[in-house]
Ligand binder design. Structure first.
Ligand code: NAD
Ligand code: UDP
Length: 310
């Protein structure tokens, strides 16, 4: 039986990873300190004998007595309001937390996959973003704590690969969405869906012309699995290249939820990327991966999830 450790297991992506690998009949060890995650995302697995949960902070040394085959490092605040609330912790998780995980990987001779992000490209001057683009990040801007933590995570992981021969995978995830994103985590999709469901106004930052490309969670999980099973040790983009503006996203949500919500325009946050879209040719070529769920189908499933919480 393969053994896998998932950090950030009580979060949005981590909890879906746990479900996925339990279904594949892996023994799953999960770590989380509930900084931004919730027991509700994992409690359905508590009586599964193949699921072992450890409440622990990845910035502290990690002891797992069994030999691990794989480690997926997903612990980190991910939404702008979360990392703005925890700026120093975010940097420490990317630095100290990642180093702890990489050392555990060396000890176990495990494959270590680390979650990086499209934020390493910052407010990009190249469009769409290819893995070869070095990015445009303001290190001391509000998003710098997250962007630089992830850039450091990539640098450290790559150094462990070169110096210690650790078998690594580095995934640059573009905006992902789906069930289990915290209602109040401030990201666009949970915020707008819940504004629509409650007939409260849509809070659009700036003029709403900024673009994003949203990938449904099941596609992201499949991309992570394919990367893990590959032998590719450099950064790779996983995301949905269907790009739309924030105003178009709201239109799509209004097609699913009849609502009286109106748009209110608020200040555009400093360094908020004006455009974002992944070039996924590398993932297509190396992993034979591309997203299969279209935006509307993904939004429908996500809306059903939020409705089920009431
Ligand atoms: P999330 O906030 O739902 O999950 C993060 C989890 O990490 C939470 O359960 C939190 O409690 C846990 N955590 C935070 N600090 C910890 C610590 N010190 N020790 C142990 N656990 C800790 O966020 P998410 O959207 O699921 O993101 C997961 C990962 O994927 C993050 O590393 C994020 O940077 C990356 N990512 C996500 C997206 C996205 O669109 N969701 C995009 C790019 C990258
Ligand atoms: N956004 C917005 N209103 C909100 C939340 C987000 O206009 O209530 C915008 C935000 O400024 C950004 C885009 O939606 O341009 C995506 O934001 P999100 O926080 O989901 O992801 P990220 O900015 O990290 O890509």
């Amino acid at each position: 039986m393969k053994k896998i450790l998932i950090t950030g297991v009580a979060g949005f992506i981590g909890s879906h990873l746990a479900d996925y690998f339990l279904k594949k009949n892996y023994k799953v060890f999960g770590i989380d300190n509930f900084l931004t995650g919730s027991k509700d995302n994992i409690k359905h697995n508590f009586d599964n004998e193949n699921f072992h949960f450890l409440e622990h902070d990845v910035r502290e040394k990690i002891n797992i007595s069994e030999k691990l085959d794989y480690i997926l490092h997903f612990a980190s605040p991910a939404s702008p309001i979360d990392y703005l609330k925890h700026p120093i912790k975010t940097l420490q998780i990317g630095a100290i937390g990642t180093e702890n995980i990489l050392n555990l990987g060396v000890l176990n001779k495990a494959v270590v996959l680390v979650a990086s992000t499209s934020e390493v490209y910052g407010d990009p001057l190249e469009h769409p973003q290819k893995e070869s683009y070095f990015g445009n990040v303001n290190p001391i801007g509000p998003r710098g704590v997250y962007d630089e933590a992830k850039r450091y995570l990539e640098a450290l992981t790559s150094a462990y690969n070169k110096k210690k021969k650790l078998d690594v995978r580095i995934i640059r995830i573009f905006n992902t969405f789906g069930p289990r994103m915290r209602i109040s985590d401030g990201r666009a999709i949970p915020t707008f869906i819940n504004q629509a469901l409650n007939n409260s106004n849509f809070t659009v930052y700036g003029d709403g012309q900024q673009t994003r490309s949203f990938c449904y969670i099941n596609d992201t999980i499949e991309g992570i699995n394919r990367l893990l099973e590959s032998n590719f040790q450099k950064p790779i983009n996983i995301g949905n290249p269907y790009e739309l503006s924030i105003l178009e996203l709201i239109k799509s949500i209004k097609r699913i939820i009849p609502t009286n919500s109106k748009i209110v325009y608020e200040d555009f946050p400093e360094n908020d990327p004006k455009k974002r879209c992944p070039d996924i040719s590398l993932a297509k070529k190396l992993l034979n991966w591309h997203p299969k769920t279209n935006l509307i189908d993904g939004l429908v499933k996500t809306v059903e999830y939020y409705q089920s919480l009431n």
